[in-house]
Design a protein around this ligand. Structure first.
Ligand SMILES: [Zn+2]
Length: 315
């Protein structure tokens, strides 16, 4: 008997609060004081002056394809740019993350500033940047090549203006942020990185109107449905796991919504026939936007934007 195996990978993100942002007065005054110090003022001017350089890096990096699980070439170039921008040391770790270290005066804590190297777009996507008026268009340019350029610009500015920190600062391009990457780069850095990370600041997505300041959990499940299935005509009336899977997804979504569990997303469907003369079928699809932001209790990678847009933009 032919059997069809249908598997689904489901992402479930734990409860999150999305409330309007207010800034506590003590933070506002701290920021004001910091912003008006001559060193920081000079740094801000340097950032403005580096914009043309940043735009060139944006186009260059974006045109190095970095589909999920294919970030190596972009990581290599990003690591080179970290070196050129003035990092004290640069490495690519076993998972594929590119990290540049700027040593702090004391160095007993580590603050990381990161963006993600991978894009949601599959291998073979044309990632050429198109300029229309004052806007650059290309798959992945806003999410998250722009984030990588922000990371490089801050590093270069700090190195060139001799803006020193007490803590060590890591400038990072992570792998595996999108889709089935399951935050593998971020998880590696927190579990097996060369130093414990005390704070993480992630630049991701096009929105600059808000800051996500808390961690969210990300839980993934794999559900497999097995049944006889078979030919649509010859096996008519029999149990088909694809139909059960569809009902399962629907049920999951209803339950998740009813319990306000946060953002839930069915990420990939796959089906194939076994013991049949080479016949296979597969279905892939993205559901509504679901964002995976780290394991429960871990500092989070910020996420923004719809994962299944066909192009994002910057500038
Ligand atoms: Zn992103």
């Amino acid at each position: 008997m032919h059997r069809i195996l249908v598997a689904a990978v489901v992402v479930l993100v734990a409860a999150s609060e999305s409330t309007a942002q207010t800034v506590e007065p003590r933070y506002a005054s701290e920021i004001e004081t910091l912003a008006s110090t001559p060193t920081v003022e000079a740094a801000m001017q340097r950032i403005e002056a580096l914009d043309p350089w940043g735009m060139e890096r944006l186009v260059e990096l974006n045109e190095i394809p970095a589909p999920p699980f294919g970030e190596e070439a972009r990581a290599e170039r990003f690591a080179e740019l970290l070196r050129e921008a003035g990092a004290d040391s640069v490495w690519i770790d076993a998972e594929g993350n590119a990290v540049g270290l700027l040593r702090g005066r004391i160095g007993d804590r580590t603050v990381a500033l990161g963006g993600h190297l991978d894009t949601v777009f599959p291998e073979g996507t044309d990632v050429t940047v198109r300029e229309v008026g004052d806007t650059l268009f290309a798959p992945g340019i806003g999410d998250d090549t722009r984030g990588l350029v922000v990371v490089l610009t801050v590093l270069r500015t700090m190195a060139e203006t001799d803006l020193q920190t007490d803590d060590d600062v890591w400038f990072v391009g992570t792998v595996g942020e999108e889709g089935l990457g399951d935050l593998r780069g971020m998880k590696y850095l927190f579990r097996e990185g060369v130093a414990p990370i005390d704070s993480w600041i992630e630049i991701d997505g096009g929105g600059i109107g808000g800051v996500t300041s808390m961690a969210l959990g990300s839980v993934r499940y794999r559900a497999t449905f097995e049944g006889p299935g078979g030919h649509s005509w010859g096996a008519f009336g029999g149990a088909n796991p694809a139909h059960a899977l569809a009902r399962g997804i629907r049920h999951f979504q209803d339950v998740a919504d009813a319990h306000a569990l946060g953002s839930a997303n069915q990420l990939q469907r796959r089906g194939h026939r076994r013991r049949h003369l080479g016949e296979r079928h597969s279905i892939r699809g993205m559901g509504r936007g679901g964002h995976a932001l780290g394991e429960p209790g871990e500092p989070a990678a910020n996420r923004g934007g719809a994962p299944d847009r066909d192009a994002s933009r910057a500038r």
